[in-house]
Design a protein around this ligand. Structure first.
Ligand code: ZN
Length: 247
């Protein structure tokens, strides 16, 4: 059945994409996706960071040991899903911080001590920062215990809802999400989502665009490339796969 859907998908016009799932138009979504940069990292566990440039705002997700740190703009908002070493670096955050930078993180005493002016969100909570609504969604699996309060985030930027999963299994909380326009999913089988999980998410939640991050295109330690191949094969025609280049 998947094959039929895939073949059918080749002939579907973009119009069909505009009719499904989230609230934003295909044009709005394309515009937003063009503002997302996947950031390479020297961290051996992968590339977990993105930069979203929304108008004047520079929003970073999980920046760690960024390869291009010297040329990157300072942050207005820095999002931290959890404090594992491939997602959180106080040094990288310090390097991106300017006056007025807000760190929005999962809720923990450590983050409160490090960033007393920051915002901490438990799963289900939300806050508006610089005009951007930020919602926290629970993120957990066998290597990320649910009780730790780790999260993913949904950002609403210019009417486009962008879900950044964090490290998680394909949880009921994820599958209950609605009106997601762009899904930025952490793909790494065994530590976060498999390619099949990501495709299942697309099938059930129906984002217009899916962007896999955290996988390592140039390194097959975790066999990440195979997961992306599975994702390419199994993704429903209603979701457009965008594989970014590392910058
Ligand atoms: Zn990770």
């Amino acid at each position: 059945m998947k094959k039929t859907i895939l073949a059918f998908g080749l002939f579907l016009p973009a119009l069909f994409l505009a009719s499904c799932a989230g609230n934003a138009s295909a044009e709005q979504v394309d515009q937003l996706v063009s503002q997302i940069t996947w950031l390479g990292s020297t961290n051996p566990y992968g590339h977990t960071a993105i930069l979203i440039q929304a108008g004047d705002l520079n929003i970073y997700l999980d920046p760690v040991d960024l390869a291009s740190i010297d040329t990157l703009p300072k942050a207005d908002i820095i999002l931290v899903t959890h404090n594992h070493a491939d997602h959180f670096s106080a040094e990288t955050i310090a390097a991106l911080t300017k006056e007025g930078t807000t760190v929005v993180s999962f809720a923990s005493p450590t983050m409160a001590a490090l960033y007393p002016e920051g915002i901490r969100l438990a799963p289900g909570e939300n806050e508006r920062v610089n005009g951007i609504k930020i919602e926290a969604i629970s993120a957990y699996n066998d290597s990320h215990a649910q009780g730790m309060g780790f999260v993913g985030f949904i950002l609403t930027i210019d009417g486009v809802r962008v879900y950044c999963s964090g490290d998680t299994e394909l949880s009921p909380e994820m599958l209950a999400l609605a009106d997601i326009d762009v899904a930025v999913l952490n793909v790494r089988a065994g530590y976060s989502l498999s390619g099949e999980d990501a495709a299942d998410f697309a099938e059930q939640v129906g984002p217009q665009v899916l962007i896999p991050i955290h996988w390592m295109p140039e390194d097959d330690t975790y066999d990440d490339g195979a997961q992306i191949d599975i994702l390419r094969q199994d993704l429903p025609a209603t979701t457009h796969l965008v594989v970014l280049e590392l910058k």
